[in-house]
Design a protein around this ligand. Structure first.
Ligand code: ZN
Length: 486
């Protein structure tokens, strides 16, 4: 079916250092693409026929397009479909709907509460069914593919008049119907954000009951756990128990041990998760930075580590500044400054670098940016995550080799989310490809200057279409909603 003899390939890439996404050693070889599919792969000399486009990569690395395992790109894929912050990093698929936050199925008559306001205002929420959202993706056709989770907070806000309590059986049944509709129309799973006030009143029984609807359609369960601070071990137990109870694979979101008093505790969490993963499928995503970012929250305010403002509605002039400096300038304490800045977002320097490195190095970790695309002064992870893993952590620090780095952003991620035809360079897989310079690839975005495009990514192909080019070649948008087998 995928024989190279069928007809002439549209593209043949020669002299590529092929990093196929499985983690196997790279080799010098060639790749043929016809339509949106990879038709042949092998060492130099494998592909005898000429392609319509013959490209000599002269030793450049060629990898499967990167899959961003953790995003909040639900709306930006529709509003800014060029997706430059992501495609310029080599990302060809984003997983949206994380942390219990999704554009589907809730609608608002007044402003969305935090954390739902991370995706936009009330007008942004216009998708009562997943079919509506899928149709919008198909009509806009963003530059990259979208794999979607449905968020528990979005479900609760859509169904429950009072989200400060546990859902009733009738409410769970209604949320379950919404999950079923989403799964039948192409969602890949669901997420919770039990850390957030819109989600926190849900107990493990409510989560497991809803998870069963997703399990019926072979979907995954991703969770921003109830606690990443002192009670992180208890939260891991709760997450695993609910996932097992529901029958879904578990993805622990942006695994970390936050707060100065918890620094170093990945030495406890990682062996615990690895042991539990022997009995149930468990993975986690991680971003390559020691600061996190979300809404500015009174309960997260502390003077034990720096906190930077990423946006503020009443005080936009304070974006990019530290809360202690703002408080100083205003002659108030940090708690008063925090309430004056609301609603707002913040970057919390709450992690230990050694913990970040241990999580990145785990066999179970996938790379996910957790970037917040609507922030005025976003965390640099939005523009820098993938080149930072390849350049800083793999090449410069030497945490793991390039093949492993690529596997954590391609083959492993595709497997975890059930994207059976993505994440590897192999015949029959979709032609999502990235060509990059291993010696120079790197991130330029910083906390001070976060809107910086990364370097070393030469070009990116999505579903067989050239979709990003560092040298200005014409590009087209060819992204799709992706799920199992497509
Ligand atoms: Zn989160």
């Amino acid at each position: 079916m995928f024989s190279q003899q069928d007809s002439k390939p549209d593209w043949v890439f020669r002299n590529a250092r092929i990093i196929d996404g499985t983690g196997a050693p790279s080799y010098l070889g060639e790749v043929a693409v016809r339509g949106d599919v990879i038709t042949a792969v092998g060492p130099v000399g494998t592909i005898l026929e000429q392609g319509t486009n013959e490209i000599d990569l002269a030793g450049l690395a060629l990898a499967p397009g990167f899959i961003d395992a953790h995003t909040h790109d639900d709306r930006i894929v529709l509003d800014a479909p060029d997706m430059l912050p992501k495609i310029s990093q080599g990302v060809t698929t984003v997983v949206v709907g994380n942390c219990g936050i999704s554009l589907v199925p809730v609608q608002f008559s007044s402003e969305p509460p935090p954390p739902m306001n991370l995706l936009g205002n009330a007008a942004s929420y216009q998708f009562p069914t997943f079919a509506d959202y899928a149709a919008a993706i198909a009509s806009v056709k963003p530059a990259i593919n979208v794999a979607a989770l449905i968020g528990h907070s979005a479900l609760r806000l859509a169904v429950m008049p009072d989200i400060t309590v546990k859902a009733t059986d009738a409410e769970i049944a209604r949320m379950g119907d919404m999950l079923t509709e989403a799964m039948e129309n192409g969602a890949v799973g669901w997420s919770t954000g039990l850390f957030y006030p819109t989600n926190a009143a849900a107990d493990a029984d409510e989560v497991a009951a809803l998870g069963r609807y997703v399990s019926e359609h072979a979907g995954v369960y991703a969770t921003h756990m109830r606690n990443e601070f002192e009670n992180v071990l208890e939260s891991i137990d709760e997450s695993v128990a609910t996932a097992k109870n529901a029958g879904t694979p578990l993805i622990i979101s942006h695994h970390k041990c936050a707060g100065v008093e918890n620094w170093g505790r990945t030495e406890q969490t990682l062996p615990k998760i690895a042991a539990l993963a022997e009995e149930h499928p468990i993975n986690f995503d991680v971003y390559p930075y020691s600061a996190g970012s979300t809404n500015l929250r009174a309960d997260l305010m502390t003077d034990t580590y720096p906190i930077m403002i990423s946006w503020s509605e009443p005080h936009p002039e304070m974006t990019g500044r530290y809360i202690v400096d703002i408080a100083d300038e205003w002659g108030v304490d940090i708690h008063t400054a925090t309430s004056r800045l609301q609603p707002a977002g913040a970057i919390y320097f709450q992690m230990d670098e050694d913990d970040v490195r241990r999580v990145l190095s785990s066999d179970l970790s996938m790379i996910g940016s957790d970037g917040l695309p609507h922030d005025v002064h976003p965390h640099p992870r939005l523009w820098g995550t993938f080149p930072r893993v390849l350049g800083h952590y793999s090449r410069d620090v030497g945490l793991f080799n390039l093949e492993t780095a690529v596997h954590k952003m391609t083959g492993l991620t595709a497997k975890v989310f059930g994207l059976t035809r993505r994440g590897e360079i192999a015949p029959g897989k979709f032609a999502d490809l990235v060509a990059f310079h291993p010696d120079t690839v790197g991130d330029l975005a910083t906390y001070e200057s976060p809107l910086q495009q990364s370097v070393g990514i030469d070009w990116v192909m999505v579903n067989g279409a050239l979709s990003f080019s560092a040298n200005g070649a014409p590009t087209t948008r060819a992204g799709r909603l992706v799920h199992r087998d497509n």
